[in-house]
Design a binder for this molecule. Structure first.
Ligand code: HEC
Length: 206
């Protein structure tokens, strides 16, 4: 191979790697890294929230530790946290996946919904429900714990494993008592509510 051809080959390879890297990695990185919260105005008629996206309750809190338990226990192998756009799947027809159906606030997930989280657990496959809005569907800590230590008490055919190792059996009452890990995981699950209203003023996303 002549030197001339050699440098052509190297140049061609460099372009083949640089183009996808620029458009698929750097582009999205910089556009998402510049996400800024947009304040709600009176027009939005939102109570209790200052801006969208809200700085997540994750980071430094117990639910941040809970996110690590979620990762360590492999929940993301069976559960997604991404309500897909309707062109990609029928998630919006599934009961409560998009959030508060009854209040007309359910919607697909948007990239900004992960604002402030150290990792977005999009998930690998879906044997169970999408958990983006599970905090709206299971509303008491007691029920959330029960779903972790005895999934079959909700659905007799449940394919979800029992997470008994996150609980200790009380020697006197025989009941399952949550460990600190279980409490943090439940904090995290209760915080899964990705259906906040998009402010009118959020022009970037229409
Ligand atoms: C082997 C697959 C599998 C793994 C791993 C798994 N799940 Fe599940 N999960 C399921 C299936 C299947 C269902 C649906 C049946 C049911 O309700 O139990 C479910 C349901 C649930 C529900 C109820 C959702 C709803 O909308 O009612 C919650 C909450 C949940 N899982 C949390 C978790 C958490 C947290 C972990 C990790 C500690 C986990 N799951 C790990 C398969 C799995």
């Amino acid at each position: 191979m002549s030197t001339h051809h050699f440098w052509k080959l190297i140049g061609g390879l460099a372009i083949c790697f640089a183009l996808p890297w620029t458009f698929l990695i750097m582009g999205p990185y910089f556009s998402e890294a510049s996400t800024k919260p947009v304040p709600y105005s009176e027009k939005d008629e939102v109570e209790g929230l200052a801006a969208y996206p809200e700085r997540s309750t994750l980071r430094y809190g117990s639910s941040d530790y809970g996110a690590k338990i979620y990762a360590a226990e492999g929940c993301a192998y069976c559960h997604t946290q991404m309500v897909r756009p309707t062109y990609a799947g029928p998630d919006m027809w599934r009961d409560g996946w998009g959030g508060r159906d009854a209040e007309g606030l359910s919607r697909e997930t948007r990239p900004e919904d992960y604002f402030g989280e150290s990792f977005a657990y999009l998930g690998y496959q879906r044997l169970g429900q999408d958990l983006s809005n599970v905090g709206h569907r299971i509303t008491t800590r007691e029920a959330m714990h029960r779903h972790l230590y005895d999934p079959k008490s909700f659905d007799g055919d449940s394919g979800m494993p029992k997470y008994l190792h996150l609980y200790e059996k009380d020697k006197v009452t025989g009941e399952y008592v949550p460990t600190a890990k279980a409490e943090a995981l439940v904090d995290y699950l209760m915080s899964r509510k990705k259906d906040a209203k998009i402010p009118e003023a959020d022009k970037r996303n229409g």
